[in-house]
Design a protein around this ligand. Sequence first.
Ligand code: AMP
Length: 182
Amino acid sequence: MTSNSNAAITLLDVVESIRNVPDFPIPGIQFKDITTAIKRPEIFRYMLDQTAAYYQNMGITKVVGIESRGFILGGALAARLNAGFVPIRKPGKLPAPTFSKSYSLEYGENILHIHQDALETNDVVLLHDDLLATGGSAKAAIELIRNFAVKSIHVNFICELSFLNGAAQIGEGIEVFSLVKF
Ligand code: AMP
């Protein structure tokens, strides 16, 4: 194996590298902590390689990442796909005029913002976040992206908590790819 090879890494390694933290941030939530995965270069690169390979020929022009864990792989993916990167952020972070959308997540409420000049009608968008739980964040992000009447929207997660059925929140005609499902 060369130092550039991911030959020895499998999806099982990705699953096993994600730390489960019970009762965080509130009792009853099992938190999937990706920091234990992304600190390992071979795992980080495997996640990037697999996801970039999936989207390689889809003409993605912008990767949209949801704050904050969506920025980690999202930025790297954008560079790998020769796409631009657009952040969707929590209130008070983006400096120029924004569109906003309130939403609920597995453990609380939030509002998401996107700059009003972030996307264009000819963009092919890849929305990325670390994890799909109830789908509230992704649904709100898709509604923000729809403000721009872009050509198409693809949605990607590192992890999907299938038992929460968050994929049902993502509209018809939007294809979802999750690297690992729990
Ligand atoms: P949701 O909107 O319910 O799909 O929640 C997804 C967002 O909340 C993502 O940005 C995740 O980072 C975070 N999140 C929700 N539940 C979890 C969990 N069990 N473990 C890790 N992150 C989570």
